[in-house]
Design a protein around this ligand. Structure first.
Ligand SMILES: *[C@@H]1O[C@H](CO)[C@@H](O)[C@H](O)[C@H]1NC(C)=O
Ligand SMILES: *[C@@H]1O[C@H](CO)[C@@H](O)[C@H](O)[C@H]1NC(C)=O
Ligand SMILES: [Zn+2]
Length: 429
């Protein structure tokens, strides 16, 4: 078992359990490690998932069909080793010290901040993103329009920007940073906004001007601020639970579409994929639903930005026993994205398929809700870089490469949609 040699070295070090608070009031993840755990049976999966519900010591980073990524506190190595052996699975270390990655990300942010405020050499805070949006709206008053989804649980405004160069364009909706710790998503969304407004490249101009863009750079605003100020690894919303001391709901399991079906979300408020006490319990998701419903006649394509694992996930999430009526088209459109991205010099590979088939059943997610309940026939979750070397803490030097891939991928995706007849106007505007 790959883990044993690492464990022998570490079990002699006695450490306090759980993350500790740093002087700046942020949680520290010194010597927290992240392992890829391969499993084969449903029983193994369920034992590993149980482990992840002890949030002090284990946190779920990523789950796929045959693999979980678990972050482990240094004090819980023995328990982890015991469980790994008991369940007869193999574990491979891929991050040995999460705090080290957070520290270098923070250093990069501070360094980039000295050269100016907003930019894509660093990850921006919500205040920086909103201040930049205001500048953009003033600089491009004719083609941009501000919109507001609503207010978060903690009372923050959830903002969006519409970019429209002309009437009668097909509409593309981009939802980003619904999961708080997935910082590359809002970095990519803001970079795209900037390209659509400032690029002089014909390829980009064509893409920008022939579609109407509705972009929400940060949907889970409370969670996002929390990742900047308190806990870099936070995923969920920040609304307290009435039945538990654990805070927050997985907003991407909270939409009213096959909600909680087929174990597609957890009913445990402490789990990372807790579906909430009821669908739309989270004000952020209710707000998103109200807004999208009000303009759904204008939306041809829904793209929900996530990280990490380099995947394009189409409906359905709630079952792998059935596939949507236009599944072949959804695969062809996803393939166009993947091929375009892979053809860039970076050579980054994306896989694609239905959420339930490629990963595991996940119900109540944006892509399924838009497809099932809002009649948006082209609907994906895009999981950006990487595949696990850095996970959620993707170094700032990768922001622009990732965003370039998104741009080229989305352009190819929309070309394929056009070819297959999905960009026709749904209503007169
Ligand atoms: C992390 O582990 C190393 C040994 O592997 C130890 O020297 C160090 O003190 C630990 N750091 C903290 C903050 O516990
Ligand atoms: C553990 O896995 C190995 C390899 O897959 C297998 O040969 C062995 O029978 C398993 N043991 C148990 C107790 O399941
Ligand atoms: Zn996500």
């Amino acid at each position: 078992m790959a883990i044993n040699s690492v464990l022998v070295a570490l079990t002699f070090v006695v450490l306090a359990q759980g993350a500790s608070l740093g002087q700046d009031g942020r949680l520290r993840y010194d010597n927290f490690s992240v392992y890829k755990v391969k499993f084969e049976t449903a029983e193994q999966r369920s034992i590993l998932r149980k482990l992840a519900e002890d949030r002090e010591n284990f946190r779920l980073w990523h789950e796929a069909k045959d693999e979980l990524h678990l972050m482990i506190s240094p004090g819980a190595f023995n328990e982890f080793d015991t469980e790994i052996q008991r369940t007869n699975v193999s574990a491979n270390l891929f991050i040995s010290n999460v705090q080290e990655l957070i520290d270098s990300e923070e250093e990069g942010n501070l360094k980039a901040s000295r050269d100016g405020t907003f930019g894509w050499k660093k990850y921006n805070s919500l205040a920086e993103i909103y201040a930049w949006l205001d500048e953009i709206l003033v600089a491009y008053p004719v083609i941009t329009e501000s919109f507001i989804l609503g207010q978060s649980y903690e009372g923050r405004t959830i903002r969006g920007i519409k970019i429209s160069y002309k009437s009668n364009n097909p509409g593309v909706f981009i939802e980003s940073n619904i999961h708080a710790r997935e910082w590359i998503t809002s970095a990519t969304a803001t970079w795209l906004i900037n390209e659509f407004l400032t690029s002089e490249d014909d390829f980009v101009r064509n893409l920008a001007e022939n579609h109407d863009w509705y972009i929400v750079p940060v949907l889970n605003v409370d969670g996002f601020v929390y990742t900047h100020e308190k806990d870099r690894m936070w995923r969920k919303t920040r609304q307290p639970s009435e039945i538990s001391t654990c805070i927050g709901v997985d907003p991407n399991r909270n939409y009213d579409s096959h909600w909680m079906e087929n174990d597609g979300a957890s009913s445990n408020p402490c789990a990372e994929d807790y579906g909430g006490p009821n669908p739309f319990s989270e004000p952020e998701i209710q707000a998103m639903s109200d807004y999208v419903s009000s303009i759904k006649g204008k939306i041809n394509v829904m793209l929900a930005f996530h990280s990490y694992s380099q995947l394009l996930l189409s409906p359905y999430g709630h079952t792998k026993e059935e596939f949507p009526p236009n599944f072949d088209d959804l695969l062809a459109v996803a393939k166009a994205f993947g091929d375009a991205v892979e053809s860039l010099p970076y050579g980054t590979v994306y896989r694609y398929g239905s959420s339930a088939d490629i990963l595991y059943p996940a119900s109540g997610a944006t892509n399924d809700w838009a497809y099932n309940e809002q009649g948006v026939e082209i609907s994906y979750t895009i999981e950006y870089r990487d595949t696990g070397r850095y996970g959620f803490i993707l170094p700032p030097v990768q922001i622009i490469p990732n965003a370039e891939e998104a741009l080229v991928g989305i352009a190819a995706l929309l070309d394929k949609c056009e070819e297959l007849g999905y960009l026709r106007l749904k209503t007169t505007q």
